[in-house]
Design a protein around this ligand. Structure first.
Ligand code: MG
Length: 384
């Protein structure tokens, strides 16, 4: 793989928090990707909600299939831009590791429960999973990933959280601070990290249309109000007048995805041409370089607003959200009152910091495990 001069090069990585000898056959980013795939948190993604509850149907996206789609889109764009595909893959596969059960509903509850104890934020939790919570290695907690992978995982961070993160991070020998520093300096992450953010957005906009139509909560007719969808729908029918059923939807989505991928590649090439960064670090000091064209950005925004109004706030999705929230509130209270109901490792940690330990434990749960624990501890059943 030949890398552009603005790509992250593993030979120039800012390294791991604990020094380790290089792997004989893999670069640092390939090794990070492998560590993520073998982690416990990664396997749990298969039973975590993206939009639809895991038990609502076998064909809906879960956090795992979403992450795989982000990796696929990210890698194909990375290849065209000569960015580091392995780093993109590692970041994409890890980007949602900190998500709670029941999607965003879960994050809002934990944030409310943790209001007096530093809050809860899923991005920060993803970093916490790879830095501290995974228990797999004899020498350290977490997965000990390279700086660039961790930088990509922490995609947003408040100033307060960034300050907190920097205050507890070991001082890097080059004095440049850790992954929170860029939020204080207001600089960009690597181009590979920027790419994963955009690939995330492209992936969920497309798969939420697919899942939304499959679930019957939105229809292709309604989607005609979204120019990006209507355009490729019309194009599909014009070229294949006989096409019917799901294939019309799939072909529409496929064309929409391709158009966005090619748009990102062209717009980013133009931005790189204008900014001329001659290294990965120089690219971090430019504004955001990974981008849609202004027209595609506007079209993507209209699609997002459509999904927000018609899918994410659909009464049936809201009903699931309300039930999930009440379940997690009850679960949080139950463990705070009786920390010994958690496994021994968590119960022991709870003596020093109860709320954070409970938040970590709940955040790691799959949807179905959380529902079972809720039933066990409260005797109430919120789902069949
Ligand atoms: Mg995501």
């Amino acid at each position: 793989m030949s890398l552009a001069r603005y790509a992250c090069n593993p030979a120039q990585s800012r390294g791991r928090r604990y020094c380790e000898p290089a792997a004989p056959t893999r670069t640092d980013y390939q090794r990070d990707r492998d560590r993520i795939v073998h982690s416990t948190a990664f396997r749990r993604l298969v039973y975590k909600t993206q939009v639809f509850l895991n038990h609502e149907g076998d064909l809906f996206r879960t956090r795992l299939t979403h992450s795989l789609e982000v990796a696929q889109l990210g890698r194909s764009i990375a290849r065209a831009l000569a960015l580091n595909e392995d780093l993109v893959e590692a970041i994409a596969l890890a980007h949602d590791l900190g998500h709670t059960p029941f999607g965003h509903a879960g994050q809002d509850v934990l944030n409310a429960c943790m209001a007096a104890h530093g809050g809860f934020e899923h991005n920060l939790q993803s970093l916490r999973v790879v830095d501290a919570l995974e228990e797999r290695y004899p020498q350290f907690d977490g997965l000990n990933l390279a700086f660039e992978t961790r930088e990509g995982i922490l995609k947003h961070c408040s100033r307060a959280n960034a300050e907190q993160l920097e205050s507890i991070s070991p001082v890097h020998p080059d004095g440049r601070g850790d992954v929170g520093q860029r939020f204080l300096d207001r600089t960009q992450p690597s181009l590979e990290a920027q790419l994963c953010n955009l690939a995330d957005e492209i992936a969920y906009n497309a798969h939420d249309i697919d899942d939304g139509v499959r679930s019957g909560l939105i229809t292709l007719d309604q989607l005609q109000a979204v120019p990006l969808v209507a355009h490729f729908y019309q194009q599909t029918l014009a070229e294949h007048p006989q096409l019917q059923g799901r294939r019309v939807l799939f072909e529409t989505i496929r064309r929409m995805l391709s158009a966005q991928v090619y748009d990102v590649i062209a717009a980013t090439q133009a931005a790189l041409q204008a900014a001329q960064p001659d290294s990965a670090d120089a690219a971090r000091l430019c504004g955001p370089l990974l981008c849609f064209s202004p027209d595609m950005r506007a079209q993507s925004q209209v699609l997002k607003q459509f999904l927000m109004k018609n899918l994410y706030r659909h009464p049936q999705v809201m009903d699931m959200t309300t039930r999930a929230q009440s379940l997690l509130h009850a679960l949080f209270a139950a463990y705070i009152a009786a920390p010994h109901e958690m496994p021994p490792g968590f119960a022991a940690r709870a003596a020093a910091d109860g709320p954070r330990t409970v938040a970590d434990y709940i955040a790691g749960m799959t949807d179905r495990f959380a529902a079972r624990e809720h039933e066990r501890l409260t005797g109430r059943k919120l789902w069949n």
